[in-house]
Design a protein around this ligand. Structure first.
Ligand SMILES: C[S@@+](CC[C@H](N)C(=O)[O-])C[C@H]1O[C@@H](n2cnc3c(N)ncnc32)[C@H](O)[C@@H]1O
Length: 333
């Protein structure tokens, strides 16, 4: 198999939206201090962005690992026989990363044919690792489209049920296509797609799930910074102000949907503390039977930066993963 790897070039450089950049400069220089200057440089430079290659364990094509290794990719997650930290629980999840911004070509959707790999920002795997899905778990992916984390969950273990919820009809179609492209028909009975408003799942399915992922709608810093025009950028800044309320409602609903002893992972792809720590903090006040767990020991990746209520991955030159915030909340027994 011949695979052409694309090196990102300056030709695809997109212009940042001045209003969004100005807003980020004000907020993030205050919240992140010196770290913002280097994160800013990465966010403004799409050709420097790295991409992870998550393998599909259900694809019968097996030579992809060899190709990746020969191109200089290496495994992001430590091999199970490795002695060196960090140690993750054994998992069949495999993702390859490259030190340079090389981009593997994406594969087209072909009905009836499973894709071999999924391209992603490797930090997106952290919420899935934190969820610690085990065989037989009942799992809810509350905000699921386009389905990257749902695919990663199914690479990690074989849950009894994975409910992928997405209320937006177009994004739900995209999600269904992703699942069809990566999962064999034999898993159909375990994986279902639902269309609920996630804010109300906690009432309708209280205490039903072992694990719930809330990969919340958020201000997606990477893409919002490159908003196509001024109006769109300004609209997004208005949306940004409203997001913490929706995120709070979704996290509240997720904690209600999990059984005592179960876990909720809350994640976003923004650096904004108002959508991250502040949301977790506000919701925890309402649930004395829930507590945040310390992920530092467990997910101590060199590209993560620790915050009191979770982990924030701040993109840095040469390690452009993130932005990604995650926090794991356990409901006491
Ligand atoms: C960050 S994206 C999820 C990405 C996805 N987890 C993945 O890894 O591919 C957030 C999703 O939440 C959905 N969403 C928005 N409002 C929602 C709500 N009230 N309940 C559930 N999902 C919602 C959006 O349509 C969007 O698809």
């Amino acid at each position: 198999v011949f695979i052409l790897i694309i090196r990102n070039t300056g030709k695809s450089r997109r212009q940042p939206c001045p209003a969004v950049l100005d807003h980020f400069d004000q907020q993030y220089s205050e919240e992140l201090g010196d770290l913002w200057a280097s994160a800013r440089a990465v966010l403004l430079d799409p050709p420097s962005w790295q991409y992870g290659v998550m393998l599909n364990r259900f694809s019968s094509v097996t030579d992809i690992t060899q190709i990746l290794r020969s191109q200089g990719f290496s495994s992001l997650l430590p091999q199970t026989d490795s002695e060196s930290p960090p140690k993750f629980p054994p998992s069949s999840l495999q993702c390859y990363v490259h030190p340079h911004p090389l981009r593997f070509p994406s594969q087209a959707h072909r009905p009836g044919q499973l894709k071999q790999y999924y391209l992603l920002n490797a930090a997106s795997l952290l919420p899935v690792l934190a969820l610690q899905v085990r065989d037989g778990d009942k799992v809810l992916d509350l905000c699921s489209a386009p389905g990257g984390k749902a695919v990663a969950i199914m690479q990690s273990a074989t849950p009894a049920l994975l409910c992928c919820n997405e209320p937006d009809p177009h994004r739900r179609d995209w999600l269904a296509k992703t699942l069809e492209s990566f999962l064999p028909p034999s898993l159909c009975s375990r994986v279902m797609v639902s269309a609920q408003d996630g804010r109300f799942v906690g009432q309708s399915e209280a205490g039903f799930y072992d694990k719930v992922l809330v990969d919340a709608p958020c201000s997606n810093d990477r893409s919002w910074l490159h908003s196509s025009d001024k109006l769109r950028g300004q609209q997004r800044l208005e949306d940004r102000a409203r997001l913490p309320e929706l995120q709070t409602q979704l996290l509240r609903s997720a904690i209600s949907a999990v059984r005592p002893g179960g876990v909720v992972v809350y994640s976003t792809c923004t650096l904004s503390s108002l959508e991250n720590c502040a949301v977790v903090e506000a919701v925890l006040k309402e649930f004395p039977d829930a507590e945040v767990e310390n992920l530092w020991e467990e997910i101590a990746l060199p590209l993560s930066k620790y915050f009191a209520l979770g982990i924030l991955v701040v993109p840095q030159p040469g390690r452009t993963w993130g932005p990604m915030f995650l926090s794991r909340i356990r409901k006491k027994r």
